[in-house]
Design a binder for this molecule. Structure first.
Ligand SMILES: Cc1ncc(COP(=O)(O)O)c(C=O)c1O
Length: 343
């Protein structure tokens, strides 16, 4: 039985499945800083294999995963290229400047995709006055752009420019499995044109904690050392890694349901006169309520009356579908909200 979770705020709110809780209780454990936790080792190897990389590293969160990967690629004082609305640039507390002494060079993307010519123009020439460009960071799916899956061709176009210049490519793939499902390819394909990937177990995949960084043995070894420095070396971490194994083996295919539910939600809201701001391709729907004379607070109150959690800033709201929300929940939500939205 799937526990109901009527909460549109994020896919981070997902609760672990019964199988995950059982896996946590039964996980074989050891000291992971010594490399001796069998459950962590199994998760890291499985993640590396699924993404087509040599090695994996279990970390506490997506933010930590991005931080240790970025640090592994760069030297103090480097400049890194990021999309202007990327999570690493906007939502990770400026960690790249604090922890890496890194400068950020942002590029405005088109639905999250940075044009190759813009990247080429942003890469620094070899000149004594300039910082060195140390890394290109990509986000797929791109959250702020609307949960947009970048295509393999788009990924390759960015990779080609980076490699012409001898620069590494890191993917913030917090929702890379959503991208793979939406594109109809194996996740390995989405990871092909990257050197490192960070992906989250605790979003749509519904594990309670954690992310994994994958990449070459060499980069993951460096990332592991940075993880230790940041205090992320955990001991009997198998207890939280074991649900991650269930996430990777049992929860990937069902992401397709979240995408269908998001499309259903968007269609229903559109019929009520609410503006949909993004092409709905994965599990996110961005809406603008000004077309019905509401703001995010009105929306939140109406949702609460129906037993749902949702919130927005100004008149914009992001709605996420995820494990714990079924098709019939969306249908009854649309019926209920239809009676409350001003005509
Ligand atoms: C695209 C993206 N990257 C990274 C993260 C960070 O993950 P965490 O909240 O686990 O630190 C998020 C979280 O929402 C995200 O959306």
């Amino acid at each position: 039985m799937v526990e109901k979770n009527l909460d549109f705020r994020s896919d981070t709110v997902t609760l672990p499945s019964p199988e995950m809780k059982e896996a946590a209780a039964k996980a074989p454990l050891g000291d992971d800083v010594y490399g001796e936790d069998p459950s962590v080792n199994k998760l890291e190897n499985l993640a590396a294999e699924m993404l087509g990389k040599e090695a994996g590293l279990f970390v506490t969160s997506g933010t930590m995963g991005n931080a240790v990967a970025v640090l592994a690629h760069t030297n103090r004082g480097d400049e890194i290229i990021l999309e202007a609305r990327s999570h690493i640039y906007v939502n990770e507390v400026g960690g790249l400047a604090v922890m890496g002494s890194l400068m950020a060079r942002t590029i405005q993307g088109e639905l999250g995709w940075m044009k190759p010519e813009d990247i080429r123009a942003a890469i620094r020439a070899d000149n004594i006055h300039f910082p060195s460009t140390g890394l290109l960071c990509i986000e797929n799916t791109h959250n702020s752009a609307g949960g947009i899956p970048l295509t393999i061709e788009q990924m390759k176009s960015n990779w080609d420019v980076a490699k012409e210049a001898g620069i590494g490519v890191h993917l913030d793939g917090a929702r890379v499995f959503n991208a793979a499902i939406a594109l109809g390819v194996e996740v390995k394909e989405v990871a092909r044109y990257t050197d490192t990937v960070q992906f989250c177990l605790s979003k749509g995949l519904a594990a309670p904690v954690g992310s994994v960084v994958v990449g070459s043995e060499e980069l993951v070894k460096k990332a592991r050392k940075h993880r230790k420095m940041l205090g992320g070396g955990m001991r009997q971490a198998g207890i939280i890694a074991a649900p991650g194994i269930v996430a990777l083996t049992k929860m990937v295919d069902r992401l397709a349901d979240d995408h269908v539910n998001a499309a259903l939600l968007a269609d229903g809201l559109k019929e009520l006169g609410i503006k949909i701001l993004n092409p709905v391709k994965t599990n996110m729907v961005y809406i603008d309520l000004s077309s019905v004379g509401w703001n995010g607070v009105d929306w939140g109150e109406a949702c609460a009356k129906l037993g749902w959690k949702s919130r927005g800033y100004g008149s914009r709201v992001r709605l996420c579908t995820h494990y714990g929300i079924e098709r019939e929940d969306i249908e009854s939500f649309l019926e209920g909200i239809g009676k409350l939205v001003p005509k």
